[in-house]
Design a binder for this molecule. Structure first.
Ligand code: AMP
Length: 282
C-alpha cells in the first residue's frame, strides 16, 4: 500500500495514473476498518484499475465532542487489513492538512438536513459534505463507494454530486452485518460485552417492524410496538421511522409500488448506533 499524508504528492501520484488512463475507485472512511469497509474496497477493486482508501476522522462532522474524542483509532490494524485486500493507496492526512484555516465552509443541504440524522446531529451533514467535496477534488475518482448502512448520507452525497456537478459515479454497497445481524460499525468497538448484546435490538426491531408492515399493519401501530420494546430496555431510542427510500418522506404504510425504508438510531450506553432496512429488496 502506498501511503500519503500530504495532499500535493498524493495528487501528483494520482494525476500520473489518470494520465495513463487508469480508472480510480475511491473509498472514504474514518478508519477502525471492518468487513463493511473491506466490502467497499473489494467492490472498488473489481471495477477500477486503482483503489484508493482514505482514513480521516473528520472533526467537521462530529456534533458531539465526546464522540469525536472516543472515536476508535486503529491505524496499524487498518493498514494490514488494507494490505490483505490489496488496496493500492491509502490517504492518511492530519487534521491540519485538511483544515489549515480555522473557519470552515458550511453547507445547507435543505430538507435532508432537518430530518432523522440531520435533526439529531445538527451540522453533521454539512461536515460530511465539506470533507467529501474536498476529498473528491483531491482524488478525482472515477467511482466512489459508500455503504447503505449510512442511508441518509448516501442521499446527501448524491445531492452533492448532482448539484455541484462532480464528474464521478457513486456506487452504493449493501450493509455488511455480524452473524447475529448487528450492522458492522466502527463504533461497535466501544460496546462492552453486555451492551454488544443489547445493540442487537436495533436490527431485531427493524426486522420485526418490517414483518408487521408486510402483514398490513400501519406504521403508527408498528411504531408504538417498537417504542414499547425499547422502553422495556435501557437502549434509548432516538428515532424509528418509515420513509420513502427515494426522498425520505414519511410513510404510514407500505405497498408494492413505493420503495420504503425503515431507519433507526439509538443509544446503547453512551454509544450512538444507526441502522436501516429496505422493505422490498430489489
Ligand atoms: P465510516 O468509516 O463509518 O465513515 O464509513 C466509511 C464508509 O463505509 C461509509 O460509506 C459507510 O457507509 C461504509 N460502511 C460502514 N459500515 C458499513 C457496513 N456495515 N456495511 C457496508 N458499508 C459500511
Amino acid at each position: 500500500v502506498h501511503i500519503f499524508n500530504e495532499i500535493e504528492p498524493f495528487r501528483a501520484f494520482l494525476r500520473s495514473l489518470r494520465n495513463v488512463g487508469k480508472t480510480i475507485g475511491f473509498v472514504p472512511t474514518m478508519g477502525a476498518l471492518h468487513e463493511g469497509h473491506l466490502e467497499l474496497i473489494k467492490q472498488s477493486k473489481s471495477e477500477n484499475a486503482v483503489t484508493v482508501c482514505s482514513i480521516f476522522v473528520n472533526p467537521a462532522q462530529f456534533n458531539n465532542p465526546t464522540d469525536l474524542a472516543k472515536y476508535p483509532r486503529t491505524i496499524e490494524g487498518d493498514t494490514s487489513l488494507l494490505k490483505s485486500v490489496g488496496c493500492d493507496v491509502l490517504f492518511l492526512p492530519a487534521v491540519s492538512e485538511m483544515y489549515p484555516s480555522s473557519e470552515a465552509l458550511t453547507f445547507n443541504l435543505g430538507a435532508l438536513d432537518n430530518i432523522l440524522e440531520g435533526e439529531f446531529r445538527p451540522g453533521h451533514f454539512s461536515g460530511v459534505a465539506l470533507v467529501v467535496s474536498k476529498l473528491f477534488n483531491i482524488v478525482h475518482p472515477t467511482r466512489a463507494y459508500f455503504g447503505q448502512k449510512d442511508f441518509q448520507q448516501v442521499m446527501v452525497i448524491k445531492k452533492l454530486v448532482n448539484d455541484l456537478n462532480f464528474d464521478l459515479n457513486i456506487v452504493v454497497v449493501p450493509t455488511v452485518r455480524e452473524n447475529d445481524g448487528l450492522a458492522m460499525s466502527s463504533r461497535n468497538l466501544r460496546l462492552n460485552p453486555e451492551n454488544r448484546k443489547k445493540a442487537l435490538l436495533l436490527y431485531q426491531s427493524l426486522q420485526e417492524a418490517k414483518a408487521l408492515l408486510l402483514h398490513g399493519k400501519n406504521f403508527s401501530e408498528v411504531k408504538k410496538i417498537i417504542q414499547s420494546k425499547f422502553k422495556s430496555t435501557d437502549v434509548r431510542l432516538e428515532y424509528f421511522e418509515l420513509c420513502e427510500a427515494e426522498n425520505l418522506k414519511s410513510l404510514n404504510s407500505v405497498d408494492a409500488n413505493t420503495k420504503a425504508v425503515l431507519l433507526v438510531a439509538a443509544y446503547v450506553g453512551e454509544v450512538r448506533l444507526i441502522d436501516n432496512m429496505l422493505i422490498h429488496e430489489n
